[in-house]
Design a protein around this ligand. Structure first.
Ligand code: IMP
Ligand code: MG
Length: 178
């Protein structure tokens, strides 16, 4: 087998695609109702790319899109505690309403770093939309304004989330069982 081959692993569906779709429609309505004007949506690469693209299509507001790359993990299943900016924004957020879109909030280390960085650029507001939240694992207090699903402390993949860069393409959110 080539060394790039995906190791076959057992996957258990935690949140099926239909439930994800339904919940994102609800979040879209809530976000559309909460803001009056345009927003700038910042997707956190890479995990948020699928959630972001589905969410944007159900938010009825004028929207600008940008991305930030943050890396904290390497290839392990828990945070290294070290956060690195791998891609900065292309646009200024000064005076704008910012919606950060993240795949999952785990320890909260990544978002704490990011919010600190973004606040220095004087946006009018910053809110967070996260597809998943693992509140049991929190090390830093983070308020998620729009949360898709709270999940137990299990490592999940699919719908954008990876393990060592694999499984992002799965349509369901699955628990990776070893
Ligand atoms: P935090 O800094 O510990 O909150 O970690 C947030 C980041 O860790 C997320 O953006 C994910 O990239 C990654 N992460 C945390 N838990 C999981 C998981 O269960 N599956 C895949 N990635 C995860
Ligand atoms: Mg991430």
């Amino acid at each position: 087998m080539s060394e790039n081959a995906i190791t076959p692993t057992k996957l258990r569906v935690l949140v099926p695609a239909e439930k994800i779709k339904e919940r994102i429609e609800e979040l879209g309505k809530q976000i559309s109702a909460d803001y009056k004007g345009p927003i700038i949506v910042i997707g956190i690469l890479k995990g948020a790319f699928i959630f972001m693209s589905d969410l944007l299509r159900v938010v009825e507001l004028p929207t600008r899109v940008d991305f930030m790359g943050i890396s904290s993990y390497g290839n392990s299943k828990s945070t290294s505690g070290e956060v690195r900016l791998t891609k900065d924004l292309d646009m200024s957020v000064e005076g704008l309403d910012v919606l950060v879109v993240e795949d999952i909030v785990d320890s909260g280390v990544t978002l704490t770093y990011l919010i600190h960085l973004l606040s220095q650029r004087r946006p009018r507001s910053i809110r967070i939309a996260a597809l998943l939240d693992k509140p049991d694992r929190r090390m830093r207090p983070i308020k998620v304004n729009y949360c898709g699903f709270e999940i137990p402390d299990e490592f999940v993949v699919g719908y954008g989330l990876d393990y060592a860069e694999d499984y992002r393409h799965l349509k369901d959110i699955c628990v990776l069982e070893s």
